[in-house]
Design a protein around this ligand. Structure first.
Ligand code: GUN
Length: 289
């Protein structure tokens, strides 16, 4: 039976450690870290994520500036909000919750977000720094996207060093798959990035010591696709027809074969939020120090 990697408990530990550091530094800086969240429209999943992010900010001592715009918001209006948040000295991080409604281009919006406030690590300016780095030590100058950063912390907490391991990232998204593969490579894993068009995907996944499931398909990774003793991190959050949440792994099956596995809910989700707090703290420190 696999060890369960408790993302919820680990995230709480990070949050309270950060709260202590924020409390200590806020006297010296005479300010508090500030995060502006921007949500456009009423995607039910995004509403819950934003609510949880704002609650976590407040618990950690980060000021949250909550902007919820209607789904019909014009591009110019959103640009103008981001411009004003970029100039606001109380705002150290700006988070534009994705996905955006179809008439808005995430790529164009991310182009005008100042890199110094890009706590999601999604802008092209940040990616330039992220993907140029040849060692983890060279990442101090950029923001590591929250979900992949959370996954690295979960591996660390389970005592898994990626060095020398075969890692398989399942899914090639900009938010998770692509930066995840790069980060594992920086930590000296040998990385395969597979996706919906990979032939014999089960055979590829079965080679891996570390499996990161981020393909966005409920219970896609089955027990039969996983090597005995592998470490499996499940990034998927899929809402099923019955309203329940399911990850990208068949947890009940895979846990019989894996050495460790993260659950959904209570795995990567809370760690994404904890890393958002950590990145906001980093942005604040850089601006105020
Ligand atoms: N949508 C899903 N995950 C994320 C995330 O980490 N940040 C933002 N901004 N949007 C998301």
């Amino acid at each position: 039976m696999a060890e369960i990697i408790d993302g919820k408990a680990l995230a709480a530990k990070f949050k309270w450690e950060l709260a202590g550091q924020i409390q200590e530094l806020s006297g010296r800086f005479n300010s508090r870290p500030g995060l502006a969240t921007v949500l456009v429209g009423g995607n039910p999943g995004s509403i819950v994520y934003i609510r949880n992010k704002i609650t976590a900010c407040r618990e950690a001592g980060i000021e949250a500036f909550d902007h919820h715009l209607p789904a019909t918001t014009a591009e110019a209006e959103l640009f103008s909000l981001i411009d004003s948040l970029g100039k606001n000295p109380k705002v150290h991080g700006i988070l534009v919750q994705l996905p955006l409604p179809d008439h808005l281009s995430a790529s164009k919006i991310l182009d005008i977000l100042p890199q110094a406030k890009d706590i999601d690590g999604f802008t092209k300016a940040n990616w330039g720094k992220l993907f140029h780095a040849k060692t983890p030590a060279e990442l101090t100058d950029c923001f590591i996207p929250c979900t992949p950063l959370g996954v690295l912390k979960m591996l660390e907490s389970a005592g898994i060093n990626p060095e020398g391991k075969l890692a398989c990232v399942v899914g090639r998204s900009n938010i998770v798959g692509k930066p995840m593969a790069h980060l594992l490579m920086l930590h000296n894993a040998t990385v395969t990035l597979c996706h919906s068009k990979t032939p014999n995907i089960a055979d590829v996944i079965r080679q891996a010591d570390i499996v990161i499931a981020a393909i966005g398909k409920p219970r896609f990774v089955k027990e039969s696709m996983v090597k005995e003793g592998a470490c499996v991190i499940d990034v998927g959050v899929n809402r099923l027809a019955d309203g329940k949440l399911a990850g990208d792994c068949d947890f009940e099956g895979v846990k019989n074969k894996a050495a460790c596995i993260s659950p959904v809910p209570g795995g990567v989700g809370p760690m994404n939020i904890a890393m958002l707090l950590a990145n906001t703290f980093k942005a604040w420190q850089k601006m105020e120090a």
